[in-house]
Design a protein around this ligand. Structure first.
Ligand SMILES: Nc1ncnc2c1ncn2[C@@H]1O[C@H](COP(=O)(O)OP(=O)(O)O)[C@@H](O)[C@H]1O
Ligand SMILES: [Mg+2]
Length: 477
């Protein structure tokens, strides 16, 4: 019998739409011979819906219509079996839609990825893929995450943290930033994504404005040194904490992001000159020979954009069909992709957004990959995450910037260069979840039965806190 996988996606998050895309990509690639997929779409109002239509991307252009066609549902533990139930319950007939053997959360952002959905799944008793509640919550809070990493010797930028009430005395806050960090600084909410509320400040007045802006989106913000000569590098890690492995690296060079960033920083429009300089920068990256040995038959000319399009030097843009499995980016693989629709150069620039692998020495690559694995381990991650780094090109220092515990597209494109198909990544993630669940069950089972035995032997009085042995075992809870 196939393993029934409930894929949960959407939710009350600004990254709702991205989650739908990530989830439907994954649903199309979960090996059908081994798993039966049950899609569970969480609306922005936190209602759950299931049904065939929930796995069809075109249905999401009209969500009210999709909801009408789908079945509202809820997850329940019925005598040890976790089941997706029709809701509201019908008076006659079965309300069970399907048993769920393992849940696969593919959600991004606050209210879902931050341990919220993981906690809900844990409470129902269903094994779930990916980071547990703690790792998800720590990963979402940039300040807490930095603190844990720093304590484990992983390089992060120093920062100061403020809560909104601190800002009632802004002069103190500004003084503290100047004393501890110095300009230029980056101000960011601790728990948001997609650059929301993030800005650069080069003097006291700008810092005040940046803080005011960040506090519009969050009650906790941090201020850290801005890296002005920045290269960003991302790495995915797969495994449980004891078996983590790093993927290939990527250098995001998103056109839109840099423009947004520049536009935001300068609080004005990007000039034609800046756009030209950026385009030249991209050309240089594309044309630069890679200094590290490439596992892809030394083909250094392939770039992948976030929507899965490849750019191959001299061939323009090619559209990648998600139903086609990734094997390797070699000649045979590329021939399976539709090469008949090369786009114009301008469109190519707009979507040209990542370089895999980046242009760096093998030593730096190995260092970053080892840092990624170490961070994954100390943060207690499971399943798969993407870890983002910043390199200060003026000093060549590498800093870990943040972890994405459920990255967009589950960063499948970082595994393909190592010869790992997306279906293999998904299979591994599900199997890791089942393994963790078996391990946890073993621990919890013996732990709980001991407590109950103690309570039963010593009586309810002990549990209320008298100075008996019962109070001691009670306090251990
Ligand atoms: N200290 C910094 N110096 C320079 N640029 C930064 C710094 N911190 C963040 N950025 C830029 O802002 C982007 C978003 O910041 P990040 O911390 O990754 O937040 P998010 O969770 O929104 O992705 C980064 O990808 C990087 O381009
Ligand atoms: Mg980021």
């Amino acid at each position: 019998m196939k393993i029934r996988v409930g894929v949960f996606f959407g939710g009350k998050s600004v990254e709702h739409e991205v989650s739908v895309i990530s989830a439907l990509q994954a649903i199309a690639s979960i090996p059908a011979d081994k798993y039966e997929v049950i899609p569970v779409y969480i609306t922005k109002e936190n209602e759950f819906y299931t049904g065939f239509e929930c796995s069809c991307i075109e249905e999401y252009s009209n969500i009210p219509a999709l909801i009408k066609k789908s079945t509202r549902c809820t997850l329940m533990n019925n005598e040890g079996r976790v089941q997706l139930m029709r809701y509201p319950f019908r008076k006659t007939g079965s309300n069970v839609i399907s048993d769920i053997d393992v849940a696969f959360p593919i959600v991004h952002g606050t209210n879902v990825e931050d341990g919220t959905l993981q906690g809900y799944l844990k409470l129902t008793g269903v094994p779930y893929v990916g980071c547990d509640v703690t790792a998800s919550a720590v990963g979402m809070d940039k300040y807490v995450m930095k603190t844990v990493l720093k304590d484990n010797g992983i390089p992060v930028l120093d920062c100061v943290r403020f809560i909104s009430s601190d800002f009632s005395e802004p002069e103190n806050v500004l003084d503290r930033c100047e004393e501890k960090i110095g300009y230029p600084v980056v101000v960011k909410p601790v728990n948001l994504g997609s650059s929301v509320g993030i800005s650069l400040a080069e003097n006291r007045e700008e810092l005040y404005n940046s803080l005011e802006d960040a506090f519009r989106y969050a009650t906790v913000v941090l201020v850290e040194k801005a890296i002005t000569n920045l290269v960003e590098i991302n790495c995915s890690v797969i495994g449980n904490t004891d078996t983590a492995e790093a993927s290939e690296l990527e250098q995001p060079i998103s056109f839109g992001k840099i423009l947004d960033y520049t536009a935001k920083y300068q609080k004005g429009k990007v000039t034609e000159e800046e756009a030209k300089a950026f385009k030249e920068g991209i050309d240089e990256i594309v044309n630069n020979p890679l200094s590290i040995e490439n596992t892809l038959k030394n083909d250094s000319s392939i770039i992948v954009s976030p929507d899965g399009r490849y750019v191959k030097k001299g061939e323009g843009i090619v559209k990648y069909d998600y139903s086609t499995e990734l094997t390797r980016f070699d000649g045979a693989k590329l021939s399976r992709i539709n090469l008949s629709r090369p786009a114009k150069a301008a469109a190519g620039m707009a979507s040209l957004s990542r370089l895999i692998p980046p242009n760096m020495t093998e030593e730096t690559r190995a260092y970053i990959r080892s840092l990624a694995v170490k961070a994954y381990t100390v943060l207690g991650c499971n399943g798969l995450s993407r870890i983002d780094f910043m390199i200060d090109k003026s000093t060549n220092k590498v800093y870990l910037n943040e972890i994405n515990t459920i990255p967009g597209s589950l960063s499948f494109y970082l595994w393909a260069p190592l010869g790992v198909k997306y279906s293999v990544v998904l299979d591994a993630m599900i199997q890791l979840a089942l393994r963790r669940s078996r391990e946890e069950e073993a621990i919890e089972f013996s732990f709980e039965s001991d407590i109950l035995r103690n309570f039963a032997a010593k009586g309810a009085k002990g549990a209320k806190g008298s100075k008996t042995g019962g109070a001691k075992s009670g306090s251990k809870l």
